[in-house]
Design a protein around this ligand. Structure first.
Ligand code: 13P
Length: 250
């Protein structure tokens, strides 16, 4: 089964009402490859704004995080039901900035993913190794540990609503993109893990995105690799070149 190419734009903690309106306007007016599923993730304060301004059918809005409790005394958090109530269908989870800066463990990320799926959201679930882990030869072991925590909570059918994003931490925001070989090697290992630990169908159908210093220039070569099914883009998703990344297969 052919996997539909997927490009996510993670705005992180960037943007203003004006700049987000302008990015969305750019996407509304651009010629986007209709075979690509596009999701943009503005800061939570601007989710509704982005949603209201978007007029493109193949572009959806995603949160960058969600909490795993349904409601209650959790100051500063947003629930799955609140995202659904605002018409949001996606959330990113397990981004390395949340894992490292906000201290989210593999188990917390898995629990949030389960809560998001239970509540009807789709998830861009992120994994990735640090430079130290890569230099120590532990890349695949780190990714497999992150995947195993998720696989322990998620059943076969639920994987249909998960897109995996491989984002090596050393490549994020550094301008140091993984080589196509480095990325393809980890993507193939992720698919192998899914084949061995979940099912053939999930391994074949799950989209695996690459993230980390993707730009308008390096996207085409990465997109050609067999196991790279799209991108999760940070810095470049705020710029007009995001359109080139979306159209990297044209
Ligand atoms: O973290 C990323 C996307 O989630 C990648 O960020 P950059 O594209 O800015 O390296």
């Amino acid at each position: 089964m052919a996997r539909k190419f997927f490009v996510g734009g993670n705005f992180k903690m960037n943007g203003t009402k004006e700049s987000i309106k302008s990015i969305v306007k750019g996407l509304n007016e651009a010629q986007l490859d209709s075979n690509v599923e596009v999701v943009i993730a503005p800061p939570s304060l601007y989710l509704q704004l982005a949603q209201d301004q978007l007029s493109k059918a193949n572009v959806e809005v995603s949160a960058q995080n969600v909490y795993d409790k349904p409601n209650g005394a959790y100051t500063g958090e947003i629930s799955v039901a609140q995202l659904k109530d605002s018409g949001i269908k996606w959330t990113i989870l397990g981004h390395s900035e949340r894992r490292t800066i906000l201290g989210e463990s593999d188990e917390v990320v898995a629990s949030k993913t389960k809560a998001a799926l239970d509540g009807g959201l789709s998830v861009v679930w992120c994994c990735g190794e640090s430079l130290e882990e890569r230099e120590g030869g532990n890349t695949i072991a780190v990714i497999e540990k992150q995947l195993a925590a998720l696989a322990a909570k998620i059943s076969g059918d639920e994987w249909k609503k998960i897109v995996v994003a491989y984002e090596p931490i050393w490549a994020i925001g550094t301008g140091k993109v993984a080589t196509v070989q480095q990325a393809q090697e980890v993507h193939a290992a992720i698919r192998k893990f899914l084949r061995a630990n979940v099912s053939e169908a999930v391994a074949d159908e799950t989209r695996i995105l690459y993230g980390g210093s993707v730009n308008g220039k390096n996207c085409k070569d990465l997109a050609k690799e067999a196991d790279i099914d799209g991108f999760l883009v940070g810095g470049a998703s705020l710029k007009p070149e995001f359109v080139e990344i979306i159209n990297s297969n044209l």
